[in-house]
Design a protein around this ligand. Structure first.
Ligand SMILES: Cc1cc2nc3c(=O)[nH]c(=O)nc-3n(C[C@H](O)[C@H](O)[C@H](O)COP(=O)(O)OP(=O)(O)OC[C@H]3O[C@@H](n4cnc5c(N)ncnc54)[C@H](O)[C@@H]3O)c2cc1C
Length: 474
């Protein structure tokens, strides 16, 4: 009997397994593939995901495998630098191959004690009042208290659960890949600027070491069921640019559609959905993996609390009430970005207008906070603007705030030095620091770093501790 079975060891499943293990939850991850994915797709880890990695002590090892890039220029590929003074200690984008992220997260989960079984596909399940019986494709049956489908866009768990996945089917395919070019950079730059004005979606961006990221429409290219070839890219480049830039030595080539769908529910009884199993959208802006990892971060401590027995009655349901609107917003901003990449005159005019508007700091800041997920504010009720937002990493007397969140526990950061976490000290750490860089007296942070309470009154604090962390220990 496991506490939680997770279907799928992609980035979402691995992150969730690790978060659950921080609370000693017995976790089994079932992954249908026998080997980790080798498909090299460079993804961008946006600011909020880098913050999560910093909170769990993973950032240093992840940085060793990635390439820091400026945070700006990702919204619909409009080349505007990020505004100055972004509210984060990690205000950059990290370009990193997806298989590396997956490996590091899986290793992290295993190190914390998660079991990962490869070559095991979830084929069915049944839930009852006490738990879920999970059936594998070879007929083996396993039992757990909860099942989480982190099994990607074609999620078996979601389908078996009968949860609707409304949205738009794919209308247009795009080719994306990384390869070397055979002509000098200056020659490319001039041509690319010219073509970008008349052709979208299109880019040819240097990615370092002579490698370029290439994005071209897939219209008219071979069979959709077949993986794209270098020749497909050459053909599309010749059509658009009159030259194929001598592209060669591809690192990876892919084709993706623009289907956009969102699961109607994230939870049915003891079965939950997270990551691509719950939402899909085109990769423009690079938010999918980030969104899934952040789902896992939101769900982990809540599901652990449910299993440990201290979760307030409605805590687990806040996973859906908090994360569903976030995914809705990502789907919407991606729809907008897809429109902005259209070659039609109307969308092109809107693109020009938005490009102008982004010269206003507030517009640029709003879009970048959206795409990097640092602008998220969960609805925790009335209160100061900081309530419901994540707190940036700040200096505290013991070093960095995020360094104190590694164990996945709540934290009371008290500048008044008068308050106490009392009977919740088995779930919440306490730091008295009158010098902390905060302009409020005291904040209560959830294990995901979001601000659950602000104030200086012990009774009010106790009410909020009960709301988020259940009854105090005797
Ligand atoms: C070209 C391209 C570029 C992208 N760039 C970015 C980017 O820059 N930034 C970004 O954030 N996102 C990006 N994405 C999106 C990102 O790749 C996905 O959002 C991310 O992989 C989702 O992670 P996941 O763990 O939810 O699902 P997946 O990565 O799909 O993992 C699901 C796992 O479940 C396993 N599985 C499936 N069915 C079963 C079953 N029945 N039983 C057991 N296991 C099962 C699968 O084998 C897989 O390992 C990009 C996508 C594409 C196509």
């Amino acid at each position: 009997m496991f506490d939680v079975i997770i279907a799928g060891c992609g980035p979402t499943g691995a992150m969730l397994a690790a978060e659950l293990r921080l609370h000693d939850v017995r976790v089994l991850v079932l992954e249908k593939e026998t080997e980790p994915a080798s498909f090299v797709r460079i993804v961008g880890l946006h600011i909020r995901s880098l913050e999560l990695m910093a909170m769990r002590g993973l950032l240093d090892s992840i940085l060793q495998h990635g390439r820091r890039r400026p945070a700006g220029g990702f919204f619909a590929a409009i080349p505007k630098p990020a505004p100055k003074g972004l509210d984060s200690a990690y205000a950059y984008l990290l370009g990193i191959p997806q298989p590396v992220i997956e490996r590091l997260l899986e290793e992290h989960a295993i190190k914390l004690g998660a079991q990962v079984r490869r070559g095991c596909a979830v084929a069915g399940f049944e839930q009852d009042d006490e738990g879920v019986t999970v059936e594998l494709s070879d007929g083996e049956q396993l039992r757990s208290r909860y099942l989480v489908g982190c099994d990607g866009a074609r999620s078996t768990v979601r389908k078996l659960l009968g949860v609707g996945f409304p949205g738009e089917p794919s209308r247009t395919d795009t080719l994306m890949g990384e390869m070397k070019v055979g002509v000098p950079q200056e020659e490319i730059a001039a041509k690319v600027t010219e073509i970008s004005e008349t052709h979208q979606p299109f880019w040819l961006r240097p990615f370092g070491e002579g490698v370029y990221s290439v994005l071209v429409p897939a219209a008219g290219v071979s069979d959709r069921a077949e993986p794209p070839t270098l020749e497909d890219f050459k053909q599309q480049l010749r059509t658009i640019a009159g030259t194929d830039f001598g592209v060669h030595s591809p690192r990876w080539l892919s084709r993706f559609g623009d289907a956009t769908r969102l699961a109607e529910r994230y939870r049915v009884g003891r079965v939950l959905l997270a990551g691509d199993a719950a939402h899909i959208h085109p990769p423009i802006g690079g938010q999918g993996l980030n969104l899934g990892v952040q789902d896992a971060f939101n769900l982990g401590w809540k599901l652990a609390a449910q299993i440990r027995g201290w979760a307030p009655e409605t805590l687990l349901d806040t996973y859906q009430t908090e994360r569903h609107p976030v995914a809705e917003d990502v789907l919407d901003n991606t729809r907008a970005q897809v429109e902005l990449l259209s070659t039609e005159p109307g969308p092109q005019a809107v693109r020009r207008l938005l490009t102008e508007l982004m010269d206003f700091d507030e517009v640029n800041r709003h879009l970048i906070e959206k795409i990097t997920a640092i602008g998220i504010r969960y609805d925790f009720g009335e209160g100061p603007d900081l309530l419901g937002r994540r707190l940036r990493d700040i200096d505290v007397k013991q070093g960095h705030l995020y360094g104190l969140l590694r164990r996945g526990r709540g934290l009371l950061l008290d500048r008044t030095e008068r308050l106490t976490v009392g009977g919740w000290s088995d779930r919440i750490d306490y730091l008295a620091d009158p010098t902390a860089e905060l302009d409020v007296p005291c904040v209560l942070l959830r294990p995901d770093g979001h601000v659950a309470w602000i104030g200086d009154d012990q009774q009010d604090l106790d009410d909020h501790l009960s709301r988020w962390f259940g009854k105090p220990a005797d």
